[in-house]
Ligand binder design. Structure first.
Ligand SMILES: *[C@@H]1O[C@H](CO)[C@@H](O)[C@H](O)[C@H]1NC(C)=O
Ligand SMILES: *[C@@H]1O[C@H](CO)[C@@H](O)[C@H](O)[C@H]1NC(C)=O
Ligand SMILES: *[C@@H]1O[C@H](CO)[C@@H](O)[C@H](O)[C@H]1NC(C)=O
Ligand SMILES: *[C@@H]1O[C@H](CO)[C@@H](O)[C@H](O)[C@H]1NC(C)=O
Ligand SMILES: *[C@@H]1O[C@H](CO)[C@@H](O)[C@H](O)[C@H]1NC(C)=O
Ligand SMILES: *[C@@H]1O[C@H](CO)[C@@H](O)[C@H](O)[C@H]1NC(C)=O
Length: 488
C-alpha cells in the first residue's frame, strides 16, 4: 500500500509503500517461455449500481472483470475470484500466477474483478474524481458489494456455474478485501486466501513502529553494516543539506534529474525511505519486475555497497547512491534519478491516497532505534490536516475496525492469512492461527505475497509448502461446499 501523501515522513512512506502494497510481479526476465500466453483471459463488463446502500442515487456504471475458463469443469467446477485492489485489474491478473498455476488442478474458472474507481471501472467516468459527491461511493464496502452482486450474476447466467463454490483470493489491500469479503458474505464465497493482508494495521491494533522495524531487520540480515549505514545517512544528509555546497554535492552524487533545493530535502529523504521500504516488499529470491526491474535478493545487492557505516558524510552518501541505484538503475537505462518517482507500476496513487484519507488509515512511526529511519512519531492530526487540504475531507481512523471486527474475528471461518517474514506489511497481518478454520501461514523467506506469484525454480521450500497448504485448504472448502451446496 503505497501512496505519495504529503504527510509526516513515515506516513508518506507508508502511503507510498501502500500503493505498492499490492501484488506480485509478472512475467520476469527469465520467466518460463509461454508464460504470457498462459494469461489468456476475456475482458467483460458488468453493469453495477453506483450505490448499493441507498435508494436515491440510481446511476449505474460498467465494472470491468476478466474471466478465464480454459480448465474449468463446466459442471459446477469452482470459481477462484480475485478481489481487485488499487489498480488496473489486468496488471493484478498478470501478476497473480498462483491462480493460473492451480487452475488446472482445481478445474477452476478464474475471475478477476476490478475495484471501482480504478482502471476502467469508473462510476462517473472521467468525472469520478471531479468532486466529493462523485467520490462518495469510493469505499471498500461498495467495492465488496460489487463483487457479491457480480458473483451472484455469474452463477445465475453461466451455464454450469449455479452450484460452483467460489473462493476469494487477493494480495495486499486485495488480500484484506478477500478476508473481509468472506467475513461479510459467507453466503457468496466458501473461503478466502488473504495474502499479505495487513488487516490489523489499523487504529492501535499493531504498534506503529513495527512496520519500519521489519524493513530494518531485512537490511540487518542482508549484510554487515548495512542498516547502520542507512541509519547514519540521515544525519549526513541533514549536515550536508544545510549549505549550498552540500546541496550541490548531493545533486551530483545522486545523479538527480534536477538540482536539490533546501525545500526539497524532506522529499529527498522520504524518497530514500520509500526506496528502502519498497526494497523490503520486493526482496524476492529471483530476478523480478514488480515495482522496478531488480536482481535476485535485491537487498543483498544493495548491502554490498553499505559495509562501512563509519565513513565521513560524503563517502557514506556516495555509497548510499550506489545502493539506491540498484533499485532505480538495474537495467542501466536510468539517465538520472527523479525524487518524485519511486516505482514504475500500474498502481493508482491518487485512488489509494483518497482511500487512506477516508477509511484506510494505517498508523506508522519510526524512532531511529528499533529501526534505521529518522524518528517520526505518528501524528494523526497532521495526517488528517493533510487530507483536509488535499481532498477536503478528514479520515475516520476507527471505522475499519468497527465494520470489520478488529481483533474480534474468531466467529468467522475459512480464511487463510499468508504472511512473508520479510514483508513489512506482515507487521499488521494475522500471523497466528485463530481457530481451525482461520489459518495463519508464515513464509519466512517471503516478501510481499510471494505465494501469489507464479511458480519459479528459485522458490524457497517455505513458499512451495505454503502454496501446497493453501491448495489443500481450498480443496477442503470446495469439497465441503459440494457436500452442502449453496446455489446463491
Ligand atoms: C496483461 O497480459 C495481457 C496479455 O497476456 C496483456 O495484453 C496486457 O497488456 C497485460 N497487462 C498489464 C498491465 O501488464
Ligand atoms: C459534482 O460533479 C457532477 C458532475 O459530474 C455534478 O453534476 C454535481 O453537481 C457536482 N456536485 C457538486 C456538489 O459540486
Ligand atoms: C488500543 O486502545 C484501546 C482504547 O484506548 C485500549 O483499550 C487497547 O488496549 C489498545 N490496544 C493496544 C494493542 O494498544
Ligand atoms: C553531522 O554534524 C554533527 C555536528 O557537526 C557531527 O557531530 C556529526 O558527526 C555529523 N554527522 C555526519 C554523519 O557527518
Ligand atoms: C545507469 O547505469 C548506466 C550503465 O551503467 C550508466 O551509464 C548510467 O549513468 C546510470 N544512471 C544513473 C542515473 O546513474
Ligand atoms: C520527475 O517525475 C515527475 C513525476 O512523475 C515528473 O512530473 C517530472 O517531469 C520528472 N522530472 C524529470 C526531470 O524527469
Amino acid at each position: 500500500m503505497a501512496v505519495e501523501l504529503k504527510l509526516p515522513v513515515a506516513a508518506v512512506t507508508i502511503a507510498t509503500a501502500a500503493l505498492a502494497l499490492l501484488t506480485g510481479t509478472s512475467a520476469l526476465p527469465g520467466a518460463p517461455a509461454g508464460q504470457t500466453e498462459q494469461f489468456d483471459y476475456q475482458t467483460r463488463y458488468f453493469q453495477q449500481k453506483v450505490d448499493h446502500f441507498g435508494f436515491a442515487e440510481v446511476a449505474t456504471f460498467n465494472q470491468r472483470y476478466l474471466i478465464a475458463d480454459r480448465y474449468w469443469n463446466h459442471n459446477g467446477g469452482p470459481i477462484l475470484f480475485y478481489t481487485g485492489n488499487e489498480g488496473d485489474i489486468t496488471w493484478f491478473c498478470n501478476n497473480t500466477g498462483f491462480m493460473w498455476d492451480v487452475s488446472k488442478e482445481l478445474e477452476a474458472m478464474l475471475v478477476f474483478a476490478e475495484h471501482r474507481y480504478y482502471g476502467e471501472s469508473m462510476p462517473f467516468g472521467e468525472k469520478s474524481f471531479g468532486n466529493l459527491t462523485n467520490l462518495n461511493y469510493f469505499t471498500s464496502e461498495q467495492a465488496m458489494a460489487d463483487f457479491a452482486v457480480l458473483i451472484r450474476s455469474l452463477k445465475q447466467t453461466i451455464p454450469g456455474a449455479k452450484t460452483s463454490p467460489v473462493i476469494a483470493i487477493g494480495g495486499s489491500y486485495g488480500g484484506m478485501l478477500a478476508a473481509w469479503f468472506r467475513m461479510k458474505y459467507p453466503n457468496i464465497v466458501v473461503g478466502a486466501l488473504a495474502a499479505s493482508a495487513p488487516i490489523w494495521l489499523f487504529e492501535n491494533l499493531t504498534a506503529c513502529g513495527d512496520f519500519y522495524a521489519v524493513v530494518t531487520n531485512d537490511f540487518l540480515k542482508s549484510g554487515q553494516g548495512c542498516a547502520d549505514s542507512i541509519r547514519n545517512s540521515w544525519d549526513a544528509i541533514n549536515n550536508l543539506s544545510s549549505t549550498a555546497e552540500g546541496l550541490t554535492f548531493l545533486s551530483h552524487a545522486f545523479h538527480l534529474c534536477s538540482p536539490l533545493q533546501a525545500s526539497d530535502v524532506a522529499s529527498f529523504k522520504s524518497w530514500l525511505s520509500d526506496t528502502w521500504v519498497n526494497l523490503a516488499m520486493v526482496d524476492y529470491p529471483y530476478e523480478a519486475d514488480f515495482l522496478q526491474p531488480l536482481p535476485a535478493w535485491p537487498i543483498k545487492a544493495v548491502c554490498t555497497f553499505l559495509k562501512d557505516p563509519s565513513l565521513p558524510a560524503e563517502s557514506l552518501l556516495k555509497n548510499i547512491f550506489q545502493a539506491v541505484n540498484v533499485y532505480f538503475n538495474y537495467t542501466g537505462n536510468a539517465e538520472c534519478l527523479n525524487i518524485s518517482q519511486t516505482a514504475t507500476s500500474n498502481l493508482d496513487d491518487q485512488g489509494w491516497y483518497y482511500q487512506t484519507c477516508t477509511e484506510m488509515v494505517m498508523p506508522t512511526c519510526s524512532d531511529g532505534v528499533k529501526d534505521m529511519f529518522e524518528p517520526v512519531p505518528w501524528d494523526f492530526q497532521l495526517f488528517s490536516d493533510n487530507c483536509k487540504k488535499e481532498w477536503g475531507i478528514r479520515p475516520r481512523p476507527d471505522w475499519i475496525t468497527t465494520v470489520y471486527g478488529g481483533k474480534n474475528i474468531n466467529s468467522h471461518s475459512n480464511i487463510i492469512f499468508s504472511n512473508g517474514g520479510l514483508d513489512p506489511w506482515a507487521s499488521g497481518g494475522v500471523t497466528k492461527s485463530i481457530s481451525d478454520t482461520l489459518i495463519a501461514i508464515i513464509i519466512p523467506e517471503g516478501a510481499h505475497h510471494l505465494d501469489l506469484r507464479s511458480r519459479n525454480d528459485k522458490d524457497p521450500i517455505s513458499v512451495q509448502k505454503a502454496r501446497a497448504l493453501e491448495v489443500e485448504y481450498i480443496k477442503k472448502w470446495i469439497q465441503e461446499a459440494k457436500n452442502e451446496p449453496m446455489p446463491f
